[in-house]
Write a protein that binds this ligand. Structure first.
Ligand code: AMP
Length: 402
């Protein structure tokens, strides 16, 4: 059985084709910068090297056409016929309170997704365009939507509510939703397997640290809290997002500078110009920050320390609400690849039973591994995330079980 996983952004279409018997990737790639002169198509198959070409694609439909043609290319393609694909799994960032679990795409589901446009205007219209495009190219093949917010649906009301007037929740659906759910789900399952316990007997803190970052407290396989909120802006310091700030800063800024009366200007400030980038003035990319710290750059050091400190605070809070934890997991670009970030976060956490083996932490590896000391009560793990595989599994499950 083959499953095609598709992740459509506002100007990109990313895909991975899986053979589900072996759960191996057969072909994967991305069409980026749709509608722009610099558009390109980068792709690879399990048996070939990466290829990258400039392309002319003006919309998602043309991108989908390019991808399907490439997947079916006579000599080099991975499939001969579209019927070889049993199901298409779409990654959807925000399901609002409309979608609490993965669903098979119907006309009603598509209408429901349209209602989520206002809650996630940066992502959902692109997803919607992508669904229509893939549907047209692969007509007759069922599609499943897998939501980044779904794994967080078990968070209790006292944790997901904001203490704003209740009306805003009832009428405008303003509450914490949480993101990166597919990643938190995948790594918590792997962590339980590494602990050798059923997930129902584990308490796990997962740290997805990438350009966007979030943590989740996973109790017996269910999320009880997560750091991102109504949007991915809440929580820890990120590449270019500010994370938690005093909300009173916003009316203050509007009063001080009329440019900020435009909500878009505030969105850009807090989502695109803050975080590591805003503090260092250099970059939102952790590799650049780490190099600058080593070269003695003071603002880069401050940005690095702020990010690590904010993660450490959430870990400590989650240790408290879980009443202890079996494992602390690091995943995503920074979590998997930056020993110095992991070390800084885990420093002086022995009071909550978190003790890092610094040598193990520094060993280069891209495999799942433990980096805690033998005596550490909480096992520290690095687990490469695999959101695409999780979406493929979920799509197969929905297709098979409904
Ligand atoms: P992601 O969003 O998961 O792709 O993660 C992107 C982030 O991971 C960027 O901030 C990268 O700088 C960071 N990253 C990737 N590799 C490394 C590395 N070797 N050391 C530090 N940060 C890294």
């Amino acid at each position: 059985m083959k499953v095609l996983v598709v992740n459509c952004g506002s100007s990109s279409v990313k895909y991975t084709l899986f053979e589900m018997d072996s759960e191996k990737k057969i072909a994967w790639g991305i069409v980026e910068c749709i509608g722009l002169p610099e558009a390109y198509y980068k792709r690879q198959t399990s048996g070939s090297d990466e290829q990258k070409d400039s392309v002319k694609v003006t919309n998602h439909m043309e991108a989908a056409e390019l991808i399907i043609k490439n997947l079916m290319a006579p000599e080099t393609g991975s499939i001969k016929n579209i019927d070889e694909i049993s199901v298409i799994g779409h990654r959807i960032v925000h399901g609002g309170d409309k979608f609490s679990k993965s669903v098979l795409v119907t006309e009603e589901v598509k209408d429901g997704l349209k209602e989520c446009f206002s809650i996630a205007p940066l992502h959902t219209p692109g997803h919607y365009e992508g669904i229509l495009a893939v549907e047209k190219m692969l007509s007759g093949i069922p599609s499943v939507l897998v939501f980044d917010t779904a794994f967080h649906q078990t968070i209790p009301d006292y944790a997901y509510m904001y203490a704003l007037p209740y009306d805003l929740y009832e009428k405008d659906h303003i509450r914490k939703y949480g993101f990166h759910g597919t990643s938190h789900n995948y790594v918590s399952q792997r962590a339980a397997a590494m602990l050798g316990k059923p997930i129902e007997q584990t308490k796990i803190i997962t740290c997805h640290l990438g350009n966007g970052s979030s943590l989740a407290a996973v109790e017996y396989g269910k999320v009880i809290d997560t750091s991102m909120g109504f949007t991915p802006l809440q929580g820890v310091v990120m590449g270019s997002r500010c994370g938690d700030i005093d909300p009173a800063v916003i009316p203050y800024l509007i009063n001080m500078n009329k440019d900020y009366a435009d909500p878009e200007a505030l969105n850009v400030l807090m989502n695109k110009k803050s975080g590591l980038l805003g503090i260092s003035g250099l970059s939102g990319d952790m590799r650049t920050i780490v190099k600058a710290v080593a070269a003695g750059n003071k603002k880069a050091k401050l940005a690095f320390e702020m990010l690590c400190y904010s993660v450490k605070k959430y870990i400590s809070a989650y240790f408290g609400i879980l009443n202890g934890a079996d494992a602390l997991v690091f995943t995503a670009g920074i979590g998997e690849n930056s020993p110095s970030v992991r070390e800084q976060i885990c420093k002086n956490l022995s009071a909550v039973g978190i003790e890092m083996d610094v040598d193990k932490n520094n060993e280069p590896s891209s495999s799942e591994r433990f980096v805690s000391t033998e005596s550490s009560k909480v096992k520290i793990m690095i687990i490469p995330t695999n959101e695409e595989l999780m979406i493929a599994r979920e799509s197969k499950r929905v297709l098979t079980n409904g």
